[in-house]
Design a protein around this ligand. Structure first.
Ligand code: UT7
Length: 337
């Protein structure tokens, strides 16, 4: 028997607190840093984002994922006992040891599942889908829970107006199940690539084993994200476009065959530039950056969840997920819903 995999359920969840651009501008102004709603909207498309409350047990990364996963299971008509594998994509885990996947496994009570974290930064959810698809196609796994979830708040430098305006917290989940290879409604292809030589455009200088934290490093904000926005912008537009073309061509399809484009939500101008290069209409691009900012590994599953629940994405339609992230990491998944 030849197998394929299929996304059968999707879910999302966000922390309670909404931080509007005006709220953020007020908080920065109190520290003598100038920004405003108009600049943020014009340069990024972001109007507000959700921020987890530090210390609130309901708003840790794995707790947000618990709600998203429960919603995805409900949609798929599955229970926790059906889950064979949990792949938790995040660069902001609850703790390094144990992983967020382990925390989620025990919170869910998914006793049969083995669980691990994947860190491919913003590309993590797509990497997770590709790994789940491979395990399912080789017959080793029947049902996989793939999470893309972040609590980036503690990793954001809230004194850097060039980056803190971008990020938000949130969680998305997908149930990926075994199906027959002949099923037209399946994951059609997955495409992954990494270029570690571009590490410097987005990185956290300290806090890992190579550079353990000291009081001095924390004072210098070396435990927060350092970003070269303009450089990432250019690479992102090129790679998102290239991966979209590769994914379609691999399947003998053209852009006209695509129903929905789900790009990583890092900046609305990046998304618009890619749609223009692909000659793809913006009204078929799933966008939630205006309300959530860049939630890293959570952008694609949360945008997809909203569109599926709104009845936009319909059975049999062709959906392209296309991402880039720190590393740099890139990836795409083409699926027939
Ligand atoms: O998951 C992926 C990670 N990151 C990304 O994908 C980031 C991709 N890059 C971007 O989204 C954009 O480069 C940014 C939104 C980060 C910045 O936009 P930009 O159009 O590249 O602006 P810039 O950095 O060139 O700054 C333009 C001006 C500068 O002032 P001067 O030098 O022209 O006087 C900045 O100092 O805007 C100023 N500026 C701000 N002004 C008000 C930078 N940040 C702000 C701000 N509010 N928040």
């Amino acid at each position: 028997m030849q197998y394929a995999s299929k996304i059968t359920g999707i879910g999302s969840h966000f922390p309670q607190r909404v931080m509007t651009n005006q709220d953020l501008a007020r908080e920065l102004a109190a520290k003598g840093i100038e920004t405003n709603d108009e600049w943020i909207v014009e340069r990024t498309g972001i109007r507000e984002r959700r921020i987890s409350e530090p210390g609130n047990p309901k708003e840790t990364n794995s707790s947000l994922a618990l709600v998203a996963a429960t919603r995805a299971l409900e949609m798929a008509g599955k229970t926790v006992d059906d889950i064979d594998q949990i792949l938790f994509a995040t660069c902001s885990p609850d703790s390094l040891v144990p992983t967020s996947a382990c925390w989620l496994q025990t919170k869910l009570g998914a006793k049969r599942a083995w669980a691990l974290d994947i860190n491919a930064a913003c590309s993590g959810f797509v990497y997770g889908l590709a790994i789940a698809d491979t395990f399912i196609r080789t017959g080793q796994v029947k049902t996989s829970l793939v999470i893309g979830s972040e609590v980036l708040n503690p990793m954001v430098n809230w004194d850097d107006r060039g980056s803190c305006i971008l990020f938000g917290d949130g969680s998305g989940a997908a149930i990926v199940e075994r199906t027959e290879a002949a099923n037209p409604r399946r994951i059609l292809s997955t495409h992954l690539h990494t270029d570690g030589s571009l590490w410097e455009v987005l990185y956290v200088p300290a806090g890992g084993s190579a550079r353990p934290l000291t009081a001095e490093l924390i004072e210098q904000k070396a435990n927060t994200m350092h970003m070269k926005g303009k450089e990432i912008f250019k690479v992102a537009v090129k790679t998102l476009t290239d991966f979209a073309v590769t994914a379609l061509e691999t399947n003998g399809l053209t852009i006209k065959d695509l129903d929905w484009f789900v790009p990583h939500q890092a900046n609305l101008r990046i998304i618009e530039a890619v749609a223009k290069r692909l000659d793809f209409p913006m009204d078929k691009v799933l966008v939630n950056i205006d309300r959530h900012g860049n939630t890293s590994a959570a952008t694609v599953p949360t945008a997809l969840d909203e569109a599926v629940r709104a009845g936009k994405v319909k059975p049999g339609q062709t959906v392209l997920m296309d991402v880039f992230g720190a590393g740099l990491t890139y990836g795409a998944v083409l699926a027939r819903w």
